[in-house]
Each structure stands twice: as structure tokens, then as C-alpha cells.
Design a protein around this ligand. Structure first.
Ligand code: GUN
Length: 296
């Protein structure tokens, strides 16, 4: 039987509506407008598309949106000075430095210069440590979006076998921590994993986050499993440009119980969760109760 399609686009609309409601309340009841600053260094075309989309959606939910576009050869000291300025700006509650950065900039140094309370990407080492010890933190947006969809589909995730394919700091590792936090039995598989097909076949939940087009075939999937496809890969097929995931949708959707499509699955959830994190950061910064249903 064909899998249920988990509609990330529709889910993201609901998250944005919730965020907009919280933003309106913060404005009316407390006179506070949540503010998000996005910093883009250089002119990477994919990053420019993301940043434009983030700016548009931030404004649409009623938040203040600030963009800083810096030259590709910006000195590290100048970028750090801008981050310091944003850290100290009371109208800014979230700061995102778009990755990847040009090669001459030290990504770890830059990310760890962001105030952890304003680190809406959840990449600062303090937030990574808080998440891994089960404490309140800022949670990386893509894994947070995946978790929300999984909770919505399954209710409880307790006791389920989850296999995360990919071990990046942005998706794989925080995803594994979140699933562990929801009492899954978690395996992280990666390029050196032996007998990866057998490992994945044991999973009730598969998260594919490797960035390799269509690498997970249907015969790796346990019948009825839930498959979350984080990949967004541009390929050329039959002379046309196409977006595909890390999962071979045609064969996997024949076996899985539920699957996220590409596009229209995880992708729209990432920006929605960035907005959710910004409103959460704003509430925390002002000592107000956290918006419900928008955090892990
Ligand atoms: N580049 C690709 N994805 C992301 C993300 O989630 N956050 C940042 N800062 N940069 C990215």
C-alpha cells in the first residue's frame, strides 16, 4: 500500500499561524516586537534564496526582520564586531549567520560568538551541550521540524527504533539527541557504517540526512516505517533540473507507512521553526511564559 504523505508545507503554515498569534500577543500585551537578524557573507546563490525567504516570512508573521549582507572578503574581526553589536541590541532576539561561510572565516569561532540566548540556529556549543544533557536550549531548526512532524504523526515516539542516516552537526547529531529525548532507541548510521541496509531495515523511523540524491532505496525500509527525508538535492534528469531527496521516493513510498516528500516536506518546516525559535527566544529574554507547541 502506498505511504501516507506527511505534508510539511501545510504543517509549516500552521506553525507560522501559531507564531503570528504569539507575536501579536507580545506586541499587544507587552509592547514587544520579536526581532530576527540574518547575516549573509558573500553571494552564494542558494544562501541568497534562503535568506530572502527567511526575511519575507519573518516580516509576514509580524516580526522585525533585519538583514546584513557583507562582502565575500569581509574580515573576521568585522564580522565578530557586527555579531557583538547584534548581541547587545535589545530589539534583536535572534541572530542567524548563514552557513557555509567563505573559507577564510572560522565557522566555529563565528557561531560561538553569538549570544547563546539569541542563537536561534541552536549551533552554539552551549546550546549543543544543553540539548545533549536534556536541558532547555535553542534547538536546531531542521531537526526540530522533523520532531514536530514525527510527534504529530505518531503521538508518542517512546520505544521506537530510530535510525538517523548522517552525522552532521546541523541535522544528524541534534536529531539523534531529540529522538533520544523522546525515548527512541537511536542509531546514527553514516558513510562508514557496515551493512547499512540491515541497520536501516530495523528502523521504525528513518531520518535521511546525508545530502546524496536518492541513496536510500525501498528495500532498505521496514514495511510500515516512517521516513523523513531531509535531503534537498538538485539533479538533472531527462534534460530537466529536478529537486530530489536522499530517499528514492518511488520505491520507498511503496514500502513505508508514511513519508515526507521533496519538495514540500522538511524544507518548509525549517524556516517555520526558525520563526518559532525567535519567538521563544524573545519570550525567554523578557521573562515571559514560553509559547506552547513551538519548542522541543
Ligand atoms: N545553511 C543551510 N542550512 C542552514 C541553517 O539551518 N542555518 C544556517 N545558519 N545556515 C544554513
Amino acid at each position: 500500500m502506498a505511504a501516507t504523505v506527511i505534508d510539511g508545507k501545510a504543517f509549516a503554515v500552521r506553525i507560522r499561524e501559531k507564531v503570528a498569534g504569539h507575536v501579536a500577543r507580545l506586541k499587544e500585551e507587552h509592547g514587544i516586537t520579536p526581532g530576527l537578524a540574518v547575516v549573509l557573507v558573500g553571494e552564494d546563490p542558494a544562501s541568497q534564496v534562503y535568506v530572502r525567504s527567511k526575511g519575507k516570512q519573518t516580516a509576514e508573521v509580524g516580526m522585525k526582520s533585519v538583514e546584513h549582507k557583507l562582502d565575500v572578503d569581509t574580515a573576521e574581526a568585522d564580522l565578530l564586531a557586527l555579531i557583538d553589536q547584534l548581541n547587545n541590541d535589545p530589539e534583536i532576539h535572534g541572530i542567524l549567520v548563514q552557513l557555509p561561510l567563505p573559507k577564510h572565516l572560522d565557522e566555529d569561532l563565528v557561531i560561538n560568538a553569538i549570544s547563546p540566548a539569541k542563537d536561534v540556529d541552536g549551533f552554539h556549543i552551549s546550546n549543543v551541550g544543553l540539548l545533549s544533557t536534556g536541558q532547555k536550549s535553542m534547538v536546531p531548526c531542521t531537526p526540530l521540524g522533523c520532531l514536530m512532524m514525527l510527534r504529530d504523526h505518531h503521538g508518542s515516539l517512546s520505544g521506537l527504533n530510530a535510525v538517523v542516516i548522517g552525522r552532521s552537526n546541523i541535522v544528524g547529531k541534534p536529531m539523534a539527541q531529540l529522538l533520544l529525548g523522546d525515548s527512541c532507541t537511536v542509531t546514527i548510521a553514516h558513510s562508514r557504517t557496515k551493512d547499512i541496509a540491515d541497520v536501516v531495515r530495523r528502523a521504525d523511523i528513518v531520518i535521511a540526512a546525508v545530502g546524496r540524491p536518492e541513496m536510500v532505496p525501498g528495500d532498505w525500509i521496514k514495511p510500515g516505517a516512517t521516513v523523513i527525508d531531509v535531503g534537498i538535492n538538485r539533479i538533472e534528469r531527462d534534460g530537466k533540473n529536478k529537486l530530489v531527496g536522499d530517499v528514492d521516493y518511488a520505491s520507498v513510498s511503496e514500502v513505508a507507512g508514511a513519508i515526507t516528500p521533496v519538495p514540500g516536506g522538511v524544507g518548509p518546516m525549517t524556516i517555520a521553526c526558525l520563526l518559532a525559535n525567535t519567538v521563544t527566544a524573545c519570550a525567554r529574554a523578557n521573562g515571559l511564559s514560553e509559547p506552547e507547541g513551538l519548542t522541543a
